[in-house]
Design a binder for this molecule. Structure first.
Ligand code: PEP
Ligand code: MG
Length: 578
């Protein structure tokens, strides 16, 4: 009997395949005492050396399968494993408490894991999974056990597991792994991010899927809807798969097409990037430039404030790889959930409403100016636009712009060339700024709407909280009205408006984004892989219909009513993507 279960759709795509139940042996850690401390410490040392070698072998294998970038996880694992502090602590524990090596490894790694878990920063929180992963590997080696080997899979399967660790996901071979379904995890868990990167369908958070599949042979998975079906009705799933194959072909064709509606209205479709190297990958998805370069990653990946020279190299790289299209670099957006190892943020009750982004830059002008000088020097290598994050008041924008222009002059005086065409704009992430957009518009060259924060601040909903996630409503009419106000304000002074929050990359929002404020947005910036679907929708609709839809949507009472309008719109336009 087929059995359908719903979990969290973490990576889109549909497939049906045999079940590969991936269950890891639980390691029983006993508190037994030892008498030969030296021998125990040597056993731990040998296990560390052997595990480190294994990790290096896995790294080599995964470089071949998934590329050096993704395989970097193994480098990080070897750093954790070979941290002398960890080894010292294990040895001390064996020495002082005369406990066996396995228990000492377990306790010290658990302590390290707890420290990472307690950190506010999402990046460090995620490192807890890596510590757990390395611990399991080391304990298996210590006990002489073989690690379960996902690399040995050589037929098409869907993996069903409690969870997949970072190193396990790095070993998944797309040729054979047609999807995975896990008991735990959510959209932002490591397994989810990896699934999207590898473009493998995944449904997570299915609670007890590992026990439910015990007597079954096959499973079907729909990663967009978050559904799995055990012992599925294959003919109906095969129809869905066929539809998906046809749609994928159409999306691929869109990559090289212009984003233009049936009635001839064009819009710029550009990419969000986090690291300068990301620029190498955006063209293949059809991006016409960069709408958001999150420069904070340059700072977060460093052990100290990046120098002007270091930053210059990164900006130059991105601009010169893309010299004919606009590259919008956002100045340092740090604070809130994004911390730096080398800077002590003041303790605040509400860091998201506190000392962050442009507020920090206007306070620490040296840091701000270092970035601006690097940008000014890089500007001659392409078409640069600079935007400031989290602008709340017109005065803030005017001050930030004044400092920027002064930096340009200083850089010129120092003998460098600076482009005369650098655009200076701001993000609209704070509702107050959206409401006052017509005043801001007098001073800016452009706006880019950051919906991730705009929704958070408008509906007073922490964008990371699972408890109130039901309030995180991108299509709430209040959000649509703020977008509309921003567009109307900008157009009054002939300025362009883009959007770089997640709302821009969801194909279902496209008709609204093209119609709001009559003119709609001029640019949509998103993860490069979302571009083909968004272009597909644009190519199939009429601007005038979008305007009518948006005019009705802003008059709705709630998100559900807006979603219904969209559903009707897609049905009428015969757009059936998923
Ligand atoms: C946003 O807030 O929408 C945005 C693009 O910025 P970030 O997600 O980096 O805060
Ligand atoms: Mg933001």
């Amino acid at each position: 009997m087929p059995k359908k279960i719903t979990g969290i759709g973490a990576s889109s795509g549909i497939s049906v395949a045999e079940i590969y139940l991936f269950e890891k042996e639980k390691i029983d850690v006993k508190n037994t005492k030892i008498s030969d401390v030296k021998k125990e410490i040597k056993l731990v040392k040998d296990a560390i050396v052997k595990t480190s070698k294994n990790i290096s072998i896995l790294k080599e294998k995964s470089i071949k399968k998934i590329g050096a970038d993704k395989a970097a996880i193994f480098e990080a694992h070897n750093q954790i494993l070979n941290d002398p502090e960890m080894e010292n602590q294990i040895n001390e524990k064996i020495n002082n408490e005369k406990i066996n090596g396995l228990k000492a490894i377990n306790d010290i790694f658990n302590n390290a894991k707890a420290i990472f878990e307690s950190m506010d920063d999402e990046y460090f929180k995620e490192r807890a999974a890596d510590v757990e992963d390395v611990k399991y590997h080391l304990m298996c080696t210590f006990l002489g056990k073989q690690l379960p080997n996902l690399l040995s899979i050589n037929k098409e399967v869907i993996i069903v597991a409690n969870d997949l660790t970072p190193s396990e996901t790095a070993l998944l071979d797309k040729k054979y792994i047609k999807g995975f379904a896990t008991n735990i995890g959510g959209r932002t868990s490591h397994a989810a991010i990896m699934a999207r990167t590898l473009e493998i369908p995944a449904v997570l958070g299915l609670k007890n899927i590992t026990s439910l599949v015990k007597n079954a042979k096959k499973i079907a998975i729909d990663g967009s809807k978050g559904i799995v079906e055990i012992s599925p009705n294959e003919s109906s799933w095969n129809k869905l798969i066929q539809h998906q194959i046809e749609m994928n072909k159409k999306f691929d064709e869109c990559k090289s097409k212009k984003a233009q509606t049936i009635d001839g209205h064009s819009i710029h479709i550009v990419a969000n990037i986090g690291k300068s190297k990301d620029i190498d990958n955006i063209k293949k998805y059809g991006a016409e430039g960069v709408g958001l370069f999150r420069s904070e990653f340059l700072y977060m990946d460093n052990s100290n404030w990046p120098t002007e020279e270091e930053q210059y190299e990164h900006y130059k790289y991105v601009l010169s790889k893309n010299p004919n299209n606009l590259v919008v670099v956002r100045t340092l957006d740090i604070g809130g959930d994004k911390n730096l190892d080398y800077f002590n943020f003041p303790k605040e009750e509400n860091p998201f409403l506190g000392y962050r982004a442009i507020r920090l830059c206007l306070d620490k002008k040296d840091i701000f100016k270092t970035q601006l000088r690097a940008l000014a020097r890089a500007s001659i290598h392409g078409k640069l636009a600079i935007m400031f994050p989290m602008i709340a008041t017109v005065d803030e924008f005017i001050e930030a712009k004044k400092i920027t222009l002064k930096c340009f002059e200083e850089v010129k005086k120092a003998g460098h060339k600076v482009s005369d065409n650098i655009q200076i704009g701001m993000m609209i992430e704070i509702p107050g700024a959206a409401v006052l957009a017509d005043q801001f518009a007098k001073h800016v060259d452009f706006f880019s709407i950051g919906t991730n924060d705009l929704i958070q601040y408008s509906l007073a909903v922490d964008r990371m909280s699972e408890n109130v996630s039901y309030l995180y409503q991108p299509l709430n009419p209040s959000i649509l009205r703020l977008i509309e106000l921003t567009i109307l304000g900008a157009k009054k002074y002939g300025k362009w408006v883009g959007m770089c929050g997640e709302v821009a990359g969801d194909w279902q929002n496209v008709p609204l984004l093209l119609g709001l404020g009559y003119k709609g947005l001029d640019e949509l910036s998103m993860s490069a892989s979302s571009i083909p679907k968004v272009k597909y929708v644009i190519n199939k609709i009429k601007k005038e219909d979008c305007i009518e839809l948006a005019n009705n949507a802003v008059l709705c009472e709630n998100q559900n009513q807006v979603a219904k309008l969209l559903e009707k719109f897609f049905a009428k336009n015969k757009i059936n993507i998923e």
